[in-house]
Write a protein that binds this ligand. Sequence first.
Ligand code: GLC
Ligand code: CA
Length: 521
Amino acid sequence: MVWWKEGVIYQIYPRSFLDSNGDGIGDLDGIRRKLDHLAELGVAGMWISPFFKSPMKDFGYDVADYCDVDPMFGTLDDYDRLLAEAHARDLKVMIDWVPNHSSDQHHWFQEACKSRDNPYRDHYIWRDKKPDGGVPNNWYSVFGGSAWEWHEPTQQYYLHSYLKEQPDLDWRNPVVEQAMLNTLRFWLDRGTDGFRIDVIHRIAKHPDLLDNPVLDEDSAYFGQEHRHDENHPDIHGYLKRIRAVLDEYDDRAMVGEVYLFDPAEAGAYLGDGDELHLAFNFSFLCAAWSGKAFADEVAQAEKSTPATGWPTYVLSNHDQPRHASRYTFGDDAPDDDRKAKLLAAMLITLRGTPFIYYGEEIGLRNGHVPEDRVQDPVYWSLGPMAGRDPERTPMPWGPGPHGGFTTGTPWLPVDASAATRNVDAQDKDPHSVLHFYRALIALRRARPSLSMGTHRTQAVNESLFIYRREADGETTSVVLNFGDTPTHLPDPLQGAPVLLSSHPDPDPTRLAPYEARIVGG
Ligand code: GLC
Ligand code: CA
């Protein structure tokens, strides 16, 4: 089995998964203790968000040492133990690699700041001020404000696409490239199965750092066309060399965060099978609630994935509101899980690698985080709506204090819903979201048409999305009712055996509101 195509990958935000030592922060040993949960879910592997040495200004996406574990998360020995125990359960482990920027506490940057002729100076991107004293160009940080920070001691600006504590590395410097490739080898040599690559579309900028065209003066970062600060064609050369490093090893894979809105551009990051193995497709994160909206995104993904490539689908991650909350509206009851199950059925049965975000297997909603508990700096720089804490609240394992996540004080509050919405409770309820995810993933594993088959959309309208998957003479049809009223099941599907339904008692001729049904044939 090609694990990264056929299998399902589970994203773990390590701070929030399980705290093993009572300091309120999840850690590697916590993940290790919950491997049976992943094995039972049936996923092929996990992607663990950063756990490297870091001052945690961006909660680990500011890396101070690419080759060490932050003591907050454990030690390299803990990592090795986690990896060995994951492999013993046939689970792959992908880790996060953050090549666009380091932390300002990385020793490269600390050296670079000492003087303009320091050997590490050119690991980063420095420029003089303009003759009028202004910043070198009009680029903004994704997290707000100018992308340039003045460094008084050496009288130059440095570039940071994110926080000022995250200076951008200069990939045009071959020494940087070699050093970064060696950080990959460090983890590959330990047996790591692959990487999720952070903001890969940002690692090459225009060599002359030209101004971006301005479309709307008042909208800062969002008012610019990002023609020169991202997606420079030179990235493809870097990616081919990154791929060559992975190809020095057996059966490894990488998935890139290509945060571009043109799916064809994102598809190009797969090269001709010689760049990324997979590129994230974030289109579901913004899709409206209708059969047609999701079907359109699937059509787009099918069209823009090169023949040698393979699509991916994501409903939630650590940067966006959880989908169970995004699609809760009107008079939806907070414990109504029909929509969560419907989307799960779609995610797991589409042609492409599904990524599950921890907690979505129990239909977790955004957690409530009062302002005095806010952690994410983006809440303050871009506004409360942009804050990412609600989707990062701790995993509720059981009904006890803090959902069984910690014996101490959790770094973010565990949502009050944990009293009833938790893994233990759903494990005991055969109609829970958790049982449905397990059944879906088991079905994907058992049916080649679902894991590897072709995709053909059969019917679409506001409420219905029907598609058929086919491989080696096996056919599976998926029928999704996005509507809040019952709908007629098309005649040819009425006699087909029901393999799985989100409804406890599926009607042979009709779909219930929000029902997902998977049938053979
Ligand atoms: C990516 C990560 C996000 C992080 C940013 C900067 O978008 O997913 O969490 O803040 O990169 O590293
Ligand atoms: Ca801990």
